[in-house]
Ligand binder design. Structure first.
Ligand SMILES: Cc1cc2nc3c(=O)[nH]c(=O)nc-3n(C[C@H](O)[C@H](O)[C@H](O)COP(=O)(O)OP(=O)(O)OC[C@H]3O[C@@H](n4cnc5c(N)ncnc54)[C@H](O)[C@@H]3O)c2cc1C
Length: 367
């Protein structure tokens, strides 16, 4: 391991220590501002940890064995922060894969100066649109919703489906406070993810803001396959809730009751199962497995994490009882955040589509 990488790994764990303390202090049901936690990531060099300098630009270098423990630990400490860091890593990987030299140089300089990135895909009403102008720029309209990191993210990757149905990506400077709209984010959890709507109406961007060619973004294993990072962050919260269940039962002297022990056993089984799937998906996506197969494994890991998360939340609430519903209970925020963050796009279609794909490849997955 080179010295620089060693420093950054240490930095991540120092930042995590600070973030755990901050998150514990915010366990009051009114947490909404991740500024201090993001500063901890910045100060300890975590935002540029996935970058390996390459000329004036960079390549994304965040092997699963290094990245996975960080995503899991962040998710366990503060799920909103994990979500923000996961989106940042996703954006850096896409710029590394598809960006041109100038875009990579800009992104590297901005991120080394502390910029947070995001990927804002979900369309608002009216949806995001880009119209060519006579002077060769693109005039933007519409909005993206459920965009996390509003006001904290300063560079976003924004996808657009063009008239031919191709998916195009744009790298856009979103450091514009007047365009942020938090009013659509009245969610029970993930309040500190700073999510909401970003309005693009009237913005102009150069045509060179396109990242890669149309449909590059859809290339596997990093399109659907990238969901393994989100699943790893969620896994961190699942394991945290299992630990909280065990600690809570031990403190009240109820751990050895057979029915409570059975609950703990079911929770550990679900969490371990989720972990094994996420680890396998991370290895497949980042480690060179055939692209379509790796993407399917990542989608299935996401679905297993979802079912494991829902099961563990139910077991913890049933096992701990009313005390776990107090707003200042240590598990109240992780449960509220996880039950919100588990709602990712179209789980039914994900199951059907990848069941069909994987059923044609059973010899490869049962080897
Ligand atoms: C904390 C948080 C942060 C986020 N940050 C970002 C971000 O930065 N960028 C971004 O792009 N997105 C972000 N998202 C949004 C996320 O990517 C998804 O778009 C969103 O979570 C979708 O959730 P949904 O429940 O509306 O999904 P839906 O797809 O509406 O699913 C809801 C239910 O309906 C079913 N369903 C879906 N379609 C159909 C259909 N046609 N017919 C019948 N049933 C259907 C599904 O299977 C599911 O059961 C974030 C979400 C969260 C929770």
């Amino acid at each position: 391991m080179d010295e620089l990488a060693g420093d950054m790994i240490d930095g991540v764990w120092r930042a995590l220590g600070e973030i755990e303390e901050l998150a514990a202090a915010r366990a009051d049901g009114h947490e909404a501002d991740p500024t201090d936690e993001l500063d901890a990531l910045r100060r300890h060099g975590c935002l540029s940890a996935p970058l390996r300098p390459d000329g004036a630009g960079f390549v994304y270098h965040y092997p699963a064995r290094r990245a996975l423990p960080v995503f899991v630990a962040l998710g366990g400490a503060d799920l909103s922060l994990g979500r923000l860091f996961e989106g940042h890593a996703n954006a850096l990987q896409l710029v590394s894969l598809f960006g041109h030299a100038e875009q990579k140089a800009i992104v590297r300089a901005r991120v080394e100066a502390g910029a947070l990135m995001g990927v804002w895909g979900a369309d608002g009403r009216p949806p995001f649109a880009a119209h060519p102008t006579e002077d060769g720029t693109l005039r933007l309209a519409g909005s993206k919703r459920y965009a996390s990191g509003l006001g904290a993210v300063s560079l976003a990757l924004v996808p657009l489906t063009d008239a031919e149905g191709r998916l195009c990506l744009f790298l856009i400077d979103v450091d514009e406070p007047d365009r942020l709209d938090f009013s659509s984010w009245h969610m029970r959890g993930m309040r500190a993810s700073r999510s909401g709507t970003f309005r693009f109406d009237g913005m102009e961007i150069p045509a060179g803001a396109a990242l890669g060619a149309p449909d590059d973004y859809r290339r596997e294993p990093f399109f659907m396959g990238g969901i393994w990072r989100c699943a790893a962050v969620q896994l961190g919260a699942i394991e945290r809730i299992v630990r909280g269940l065990v600690e809570g039962l031990r403190e009240t002297g109820r751990l050895d009751h057979p029915l409570q022990s059975a609950r703990v056993g079911e929770a550990i089984l679900a969490a371990r199962d989720a972990r094994l799937q996420v680890e396998a998906a991370a290895r497949a996506v980042e480690g060179g497995e055939e692209a379509e197969l790796a993407a399917s494994l990542a989608v299935f890991a996401r679905l297993r994490v979802e079912s494991a998360g829902l099961a563990v939340i139910a077991l913890a609430e049933r096992g701990l009882g009313l005390s776990a519903f107090a707003e200042d209970h240590p598990l109240a925020r992780p449960i509220r955040d996880l039950s919100t963050y588990l709602r990712q796009a179209n789980p039914d279609a994900a199951l059907l589509d990848h069941a069909r794909r994987l059923s044609a490849r059973l010899p490869e997955i049962f080897r």
